[in-house]
Ligand binder design. Structure first.
Ligand code: NAD
Length: 280
């Protein structure tokens, strides 16, 4: 199917770690992006982050943020052709945002969720039946401006042309799309959490320290970053949220002891907090 990609009108909801860079890469690829967040401070921080990314020089001397507009709410989403939702990993919160988007966005607008783990069929229940064929999962990986990964997930009712559109626009913004069936955690996070939960168990059993497990993954397995540094980057609260969703779906397979919960209770939520499994 030929997909018209010239300068799409894109909206991103949630300007946190993921949404701010999703907005950035679409804007740099020439699409017209509006970015919003319920927390005005998060939106300001996202624009500062985008300016820092540009200043890094990685995107060329001609790159600018002319295509990226922060907006206070969803009222600017009435003319979008693609909207990507990247709010907290919570089915109720996402459901509320999706219901609002369904009302505001044009009928032909494609709505995508960047959920890490919640089945697209579950989220689709928050949308009107007419919208469900235009809803899918577009799961990016952090940092979005560096990682080529984009996992596309079709819900029960997603139209083939919508998958084709997501594939084409994903490639247009520099990603290399893969596909996963619509299972909790999709292929990527079932795989990642097999590693993360085993790493936590190794620490809980006193087999090895986070430092040594990180070194093992780098030196023996060739991973660019070990599982504990990775959890600190993702944020340990999000790791806990996804682990709960996977445990609800698959049972003991993704269960660990209390080490992760204890860490979060002590405020060690990850790199942004300056402390997690490691100190920063
Ligand atoms: N962090 C990762 O490595 C990663 C990777 C892939 C996918 N994801 C997924 O991306 C999504 C966002 O994760 P994140 O790490 O960016 O989280 P984050 O906490 O950094 O950002 C979420 C943002 O959503 C905003 N928000 C919450 N409710 C909102 C609402 N009702 N309306 C508008 N904005 C709202 C928050 O203020 C916050 O700024 C989650 O679904 C997560 O599972 C995260």
């Amino acid at each position: 199917m030929a997909v018209e990609l010239a300068r799409q009108k894109v909206g991103v909801v949630g300007a946190g770690m993921m949404g701010r860079e999703i907005g950035f890469v679409f804007a740099l690829a020439g699409h017209e992006v509006v970015l919003t967040d319920a927390d005005p401070a998060a939106l300001d921080a996202a624009m500062d982050h985008s300016r820092d990314l540009l200043a890094s020089g990685r995107f060329g001397a001609d790159a600018d943020l002319a295509n990226l507009t922060p907006v206070a709410d969803l009222s600017a989403f009435g003319d979008r052709s693609l909207v990507i939702e990247a709010v907290f990993e919570d089915a109720e919160i996402k459901g509320g945002v999706l219901r609002e988007l369904d009302d505001i966005c044009p009928a032909e607008c494609v709505i995508a969720s960047n959920t890490s783990s919640i089945p697209i069929a579950t989220l689709a229940e928050s949308l009107s039946p007419a919208r469900r064929s235009r809803f899918l999962g577009m799961h990016f990986s952090s940092p979005v401006s560096r990682m080529e990964f984009l996992e596309l997930i079709s819900g029960r009712e997603t139209a083939d042309e919508v998958m084709d559109f997501a594939d084409a626009i994903g490639r247009d913004v520099g990603k290399a799309p893969t596909r996963s069936a619509d299972v909790a955690g999709f292929a990527s996070n079932r795989l990642l959490f097999a590693l993360l939960t085993e790493a936590i168990r190794l620490v809980e059993e006193g087999v090895a320290t986070p430092e040594d497990i990180d070194a093992t993954c780098r030196l023996a397995l060739g991973h660019p970053v070990g599982p504990f540094r990775l959890m600190d980057r993702i944020s340990n609260t999000l790791v806990r949220d996804v682990q709960r969703i996977l445990t609800d779906a698959y049972g003991a397979r993704y269960e660990t002891g209390s080490a992760l919960e204890d860490l979060i209770e002590r405020g060690h939520t990850g790199r942004r907090a300056g402390r997690g499994w490691h100190r920063y």
